[in-house]
Design a protein around this ligand. Structure first.
Ligand code: SF4
Ligand code: FES
Length: 284
């Protein structure tokens, strides 16, 4: 995920209030009764109700749910519904998105309680609704459906997600060819789009924010398994807050939209770490 634009008017205290108060406000649903006049050409008269988290720092003591009725279009994703609300019903609704095609990783939200990419989650899955859309669980809320990403980005940076070469000066001029088999060794772990769904689904991360987490460990494996990399991330992975903190619930892998399989990456590194304790000279 590219680093998102900052959301203005948010202070630290408000962010913390959001993290703690998210679940407390779930029982309250505010309904929008008067839609503004709009000019969208509708090809359906059916509507579906979206129950959307609202949290405005400085105004709300806790997040609440607000209901909006939007056109029930068969080819609309949840993100289309949110954009309809923003364009036609309430321009103050805040949420992140960019590509609308499952690539940028910025539109992750909890949809009916599950971490999902809203651009790839279609109304047709939910019958007549309603659909509940909440911010990703486990992260402080900045505003409405926008969550804080700094901790996630810090964890990605922590594993040194770049090719480490020894004895080579920058800029690198040497080509390091790989065989298809060498590419295949790490390719799966390179498909991550940094959507944070796996963190939101991970019970360990939700309880312990110090846990390095699924995507960061999969990212470390992406480089550890790359034949061109000469680094060693053992000291940052062989920890209770890293691979040994994982209880192998496997939810990260279930929700991953790119089939990265972070749970497998973590278990594989557990084997690597265990082997190194027996054979200290072995590396990967
Ligand atoms: S591992 Fe999967 S779920 Fe986790 S951030 Fe990457 S793409 Fe998203
Ligand atoms: S908008 Fe980019 S992944 Fe959904």
């Amino acid at each position: 995920m590219t680093e998102p634009d900052a959301v203005s008017g948010v202070d630290g205290a408000a962010k913390q209030a959001g993290r703690g108060a998210n679940e407390e406000g779930e029982g309250t649903i505010r309904r929008v009764t008067e839609a503004k006049h709009h000019e969208v050409r509708q090809t359906t008269t059916r509507t579906i109700t979206l129950e959307v988290t609202r949290y405005r720092p400085g105004q709300d003591s806790a997040p609440v749910l607000e209901s909006f009725d939007v056109p029930l279009m068969d080819d609309w994703a949840v993100l289309d519904g949110l954009n309809y609300i923003k364009d036609q019903l309430d321009g103050t609704l805040s949420f992140r998105w960019s590509c609308r095609m499952g690539i940028c990783g910025s539109c992750g939200m909890n949809v009916n309680g599950e971490p999902r990419l809203t651009c790839g989650t279609f109304f047709t899955e939910f019958g007549d609704g309603p659909i509940r859309i909440e911010p990703l669980k486990g992260f402080p809320i900045i505003r409405d459906l926008v969550v804080e990403v700094d901790d996630f980005l810090d964890k990605l940076r922590h594993v040194k997600p770049w090719l480490i070469r020894e004895g080579e000066e920058l800029p690198l001029t040497t080509e390091h060819a790989q065989t298809p088999a060498q590419l295949e060794a790490y390719k799966q772990y390179s498909m991550c789009i940094n959507c944070m769904l796996c963190y939101s689904a991970c019970p360990v991360y939700v309880l312990d924010p110090d846990f390095l987490g699924p995507a960061a460990i999969a990212l470390a494996q992406r480089y550890e398994l790359d034949s061109r990399d000469m680094g060693d991330r053992f000291d940052m992975l062989n920890l209770d807050e890293a691979v040994w903190g994982c209880t192998f619930v496997g939810e990260c892998t279930k929700v991953c939209p790119k089939h990265v399989d972070p749970a497998e990456a973590i278990q594989r590194y557990k084997v690597t770490a265990a082997m190194r304790s027996i054979l200290p000279w072995s590396r990967r």
